[in-house]
Ligand binder design. Structure first.
Ligand SMILES: Cc1cc2nc3c(=O)[nH]c(=O)nc-3n(C[C@H](O)[C@H](O)[C@H](O)COP(=O)(O)OP(=O)(O)OC[C@H]3O[C@@H](n4cnc5c(N)ncnc54)[C@H](O)[C@@H]3O)c2cc1C
Length: 414
């Protein structure tokens, strides 16, 4: 019978990073996915290592913003009407967590992870030999109206508290950074400490190669076959069972498929998001990710072209794609930047696995000894993969945790 010290279920950026960190502690590790590393949610994201992110996205604060979403006029959000009754409890909890006091608390509780995120990535990129994928050029957030500045006081106060630099720029100064942007905006905030990746799939694949170079094994299998075996755990593989004492669930938006049959019900919803790739007209390009905040989309240079990613869509994880947000935002995007033809046919759809308090769950699974969770990384799974890996490896091996894991415990929902 095959046996390994640990099994990691799910080879997205989170699971692969966890597997690398466990292998670096000298444990034998099997990383199991039904597909290949990095090809799901971790493929299609915007590639931002959000080291300077402070506040999570919030429930719309104004009635007018809410009505625009409700009447499907907003480009930043969409929803499937029939899904609303299912997601209503989550939305109420999300709205409560969006109150100024709560959201500031979230920023402080998440900060220990975000502040270490870039250094953790850089260390793994050096080991994996892919530092060339990293751009330390910050990111630029654009606002169509100068008055947007009035709503940013909390974020700026917290930036000062966390020692995070930022620059407020007018359109002319922003265009010194990104000359191809057209001056359809009045205000920009430049966050120099953010970084970005030119190919998120290549990054996870490189971390997976680093994992195998440390002796780790990557196997194809179905995580849902996990079950108790004596005091440990067993995963049924095609060539026979694989046993372990410690198993980590890092299944991104598919985590409930594994956890709910085990009696672990956590309030995870998905914020679906899309991307398309474009050519820059006459070779126009960007040096960093740019967010058009009022319309809720992002454009960023990737190996495949300019990647345009959308905001949140509230719909069942597995419902057919409804990429209507592109129709609403493309005129805005084309007026901001000279986007040419679509570089490939594909409209990619992914799902951000999100808890209503915008904190991930990292730590032991409630009531199931030997089962660990690294899930719910929402808008920041790429950012937080490696620090999640280090924290879980600390906990599993009994080392002093790199940060206090208390804010990320699953028990906060029980
Ligand atoms: C449009 C968009 C833009 C984003 N932009 C950013 C960004 O700029 N920066 C950032 O930090 N984050 C961003 N994110 C979020 C980020 O992409 C996710 O948080 C992250 O990819 C989640 O990683 P994961 O490893 O948890 O999940 P995944 O990458 O989805 O990995 C889960 C793995 O589990 C496997 N799996 C599922 N079910 C089974 C099963 N039954 N058996 C075996 N294997 C299974 C899947 O095949 C998959 O490989 C964005 C997300 C979207 C949708």
């Amino acid at each position: 019978m095959a046996r390994t010290d640990t099994i990691v279920l799910g080879a997205g950026i989170v699971g692969t990073s966890i597997a690398v960190h466990l292998a670096k502690r000298g444990l034998s590790v099997a990383l199991i996915d039904r597909g290949k590393p990095g090809e799901e949610t971790s493929y299609g994201n915007a590639g931002v290592i959000e080291a300077s992110t402070i506040l999570p996205p919030a429930f719309p604060a104004s009635i007018s913003a809410l009505l625009r979403v409700a009447f499907k006029r907003a480009s930043e959000a969409n929803y499937h009407f029939g899904f609303l009754p299912h997601v209503a409890p989550w939305l109420f909890a999300f709205r409560a967590a969006s109150q100024p006091k709560r959201i500031a608390e979230t920023a402080r509780l998440n900060r220990p992870l975000f502040s270490r995120a870039l250094a953790e990535h850089e260390a793994l990129m050096v080991e994996a030999g892919v530092l060339d994928l990293l751009r330390k050029t910050g990111w630029l957030k654009l606002y169509r109206r100068q008055r947007a500045l009035r709503s940013m006081q909390l974020e700026f106060d917290l930036a000062q508290e966390f020692g995070l630099p930022l620059e407020t720029l007018d359109a002319a100064a922003a265009r010194l950074l990104e000359p191809q942007l057209r001056p359809v905006f009045e205000l920009a905030v430049f966050w120099p400490k953010a970084a970005s990746i030119s190919d998120p799939l290549a990054l996870t694949q490189a971390y997976a190669r680093r994992f195998t170079s440390l002796g780790g094994v990557i196997l194809q299998g179905d995580a849902r076959s996990l079950h108790r075996s004596g005091s440990g755990w067993r995963v049924e593989m095609t060539d026979g069972p694989l046993d372990t004492d410690n198993v980590v669930a890092a299944l991104g938006p598919w985590a409930p498929d594994l956890l709910e049959p085990l009696g672990i019900k956590l309030p995870m919803a998905v914020k679906r998001g899309y991307h398309r790739h474009f050519r820059g007209d006459n070779g126009a390009s960007l040096s960093r990710p740019v967010v058009d905040v009022d319309f809720g989309y992002l454009i960023t240079p990737m190996r495949q072209g300019i990647r345009l990613t959308t905001g949140a869509e509230f719909a069942s994880r597995d419902a057919p794609a409804t990429p209507v947000q592109f129709e609403r935002l493309m005129p805005r995007a084309r007026s901001l930047f000279p986007l040419g033809e679509q570089a490939d046919e594909r409209t990619w759809l992914g799902a951000r696995p999100t808890f209503p308090d915008s904190r991930p769950v990292i730590g032991p699974a409630p009531g199931q000894s030997g089962l660990w969770l690294g899930i719910g990384h929402a808008h920041w799974g790429l950012t937080l993969g490696p620090i999640t890996g280090r924290l879980l490896a600390d906990m599993i091996t009994g080392a002093t945790p790199v940060v206090d894991p208390a804010p990320y415990r699953a028990e906060r929902f029980m």
